[in-house]
Every structure is written in structure tokens, then in C-alpha cells.
Design a protein around this ligand. Structure first.
Ligand code: GLY
Length: 294
């Protein structure tokens, strides 16, 4: 049986290249997805994930992540964690070493320490400089919802392994200059990620609130369960996001969904102006694909 892995944004190429090594060696999809997320968490040039992520409105860098195993529906998540770089791996530890699904803030950091995760300064000279340059200044009009900078957002990695099982991981520092305490879609199972071997896998990237209003990833997986194609399921989720924006009378934010059906066929769709691209790796090679906007 063949394997496939997909990941958000052009920086997802780093993820799929890390993940494909494990998949080609016959390792489980979840291991591959976490390795893929971790490769981007370690990259200081990606300013929306892990090390080098941009801070909240006070400058604190807080990370969110979740993981899900499609075979067992086991999942784990952490939100608002400071000083821990590998939050996708930490989310897996929540899944494996506790009876819980989601740990928050200081509790998640204490748990990380108890599990031997090192504490780290997550800022770089460049991320501090960029935060200073872009942060709201006194007198600026109140910010409604900052958009993530073009092509910089959550890394979401979905894979089907050579045994036919699905896995997923996502990791982010969330929206730059978010309010302290704000939690987006990425650490919430069903919003930023959902994976079920019997149906498929889906994930989101962009302004998390847009996915949260429609339970985006779970919605897509439920469409896949009904036999709808991965592309049509992603397009249907974008249509729901657009409808939600129309109903509240606001412009729609930038959001993209990507999916893998249970046979490993990938697809993605996004709202207008998102300009979403994603990376795909299969035994035949690595590609960067452009999602259609709706
Ligand atoms: N999608 C990442 C966030 O909104 O926090």
C-alpha cells in the first residue's frame, strides 16, 4: 500500500520531506506527522510556528498544537504554552501519558517539564524586531482580527501510512498580536484537525476563528464519511465559512482547509485572497500545489 503526506504552505515542504523519511520506512502516520510539524517548529524563519513565532499583543510567545490518530481516534492537545518548542510532541505526550485531551497554559508547561521537555526562549532577534515593527501602536484604530502574514501560519500535517492508517498534527504560535489568552482553532480537535481512518483527515490554517464557527475539520471529515470527494468537502467548508461571514455582516478572513481521503487522495480549498499553497509528498516525489479560492 502506498503512503501520502500533505502539509500547509510552502514551508510545508520542510514537513513533508521530514515525514516522508518515516513513511518510506513503514512507520505510522502519526509519527511522520509529528516529525513533520517538529521540523517547522525548529525553523526560526517560520514566524508563526514554534521557535521564532511572533508574540501576542504583550510580546509573549504562546504555542498551540494538537495531534490525532485515525486508527484509535486518540488525540491530545496543548494551548497557550510558553517556553516549550516541540508542542506537537507535547500534545502526543498528553494523549499517551494522561487521561485528558487538552492541557492549557502553565499546566501544560508544568506537564512538559515533568515529561523531560526542555524549557526554551522561543524568540529570536529577528522575531522580536518583527514583532516591534508590526505591533499595534497607541492611537491605532482598534484591531478587529489581524490576518496572518501571507503564507505564514499554522503548520498542519496529514498523512496516510503504508498500512492505510491516517494521522495528523498541527502546531502554531497563533495569530500575531493576539489578545493574551486567545486560543484559536489549532489545538481544538475538530476545528484545526480531525482524523478518522474510516472517513479521512482534515486540517485548517489561517484565521482560526473562521474554522471555529463551523467546526471546519470535523465538518470536512463527516463529508468524506458520506463519500464526498476531498476537494468537494473542502469547498463545502469554505462555502460555510463564507456564509457565516455573510450572516454576521463582516468580510471573510483568510482561511484554508486541506484534506486527505481514506485512500490518501489530497485536496485543499481556501477563501478569496488567502493564496494558499500546500506541499504533497508521495513515493513519486514532492510537489507544491495551489489551492483554488472560493
Ligand atoms: N490557525 C491558527 C490560529 O488561528 O491560531
Amino acid at each position: 500500500m502506498s503512503w501520502t503526506v500533505i502539509a500547509t504552505w510552502p514551508f510545508g515542504e520542510t514537513s513533508v520531506r521530514a515525514a516522508q523519511v518515516l513513511l518510506a520506512a513503514g512507520l505510522p502516520a502519526l509519527d511522520a506527522c509529528i516529525a513533520g510539524a517538529q521540523a517547522v517548529e525548529d525553523d526560526p524563519t517560520v514566524n508563526s510556528v514554534g521557535y521564532g513565532g511572533l508574540g501576542d499583543v504583550t510580546g509573549r510567545v504562546t504555542l498551540d498544537a494538537c495531534v490525532m490518530d485515525g486508527k484509535t481516534l486518540r488525540c491530545g492537545a496543548v494551548a497557550g504554552v510558553e517556553n516549550v518548542r516541540h508542542v506537537a510532541a507535547l500534545a502526543r505526550r498528553v494523549m499517551e501519558a494522561t487521561k485528558h485531551v487538552l492541557l492549557l497554559g502553565e499546566g501544560a508547561r508544568d506537564f512538559a517539564v515533568s515529561q523531560g521537555f526542555p524549557l526554551d526562549n522561543l524568540t529570536t532577534a529577528k522575531s522580536v524586531e518583527q514583532w516591534e515593527k508590526t505591533r499595534p501602536k497607541p492611537g491605532d484604530p482598534p484591531q478587529r482580527m489581524p490576518d496572518p502574514a501571507a503564507d505564514h501560519d499554522t503548520v498542519t500535517v496529514l498523512a496516510r501510512d503504508s498500512s492505510g492508517h491516517l494521522g495528523g498534527a498541527c502546531s502554531t504560535s497563533g495569530l500575531a498580536h493576539k489578545l493574551p489568552g486567545r486560543v484559536g482553532d489549532s489545538p481544538i480537535i475538530g476545528q484545526g484537525l480531525y482524523v478518522d481512518d474510516d472517513a479521512g483527515a482534515a486540517g485548517a490554517t489561517g484565521v482560526g476563528e473562521e474554522s471555529m464557527r463551523i467546526c471546519g475539520s470535523h465538518y470536512i471529515v463527516e463529508q468524506l464519511r458520506r463519500g464526498i470527494s476531498a476537494l468537494d468537502a473542502c469547498v463545502a467548508a469554505v462555502a460555510r465559512v463564507n456564509d457565516a461571514a455573510r450572516r454576521r455582516g463582516e468580510p471573510v478572513g483568510r482561511i484554508a482547509f486541506l484534506a486527505l481521503d481514506r485512500f490518501g487522495n489530497p485536496a485543499a480549498a481556501c477563501t478569496k485572497t488567502t493564496g494558499f499553497r500546500y506541499a504533497v509528498a508521495r513515493p513519486t516525489g514532492v510537489e507544491i500545489l495551489q489551492a483554488e479560492e472560493f
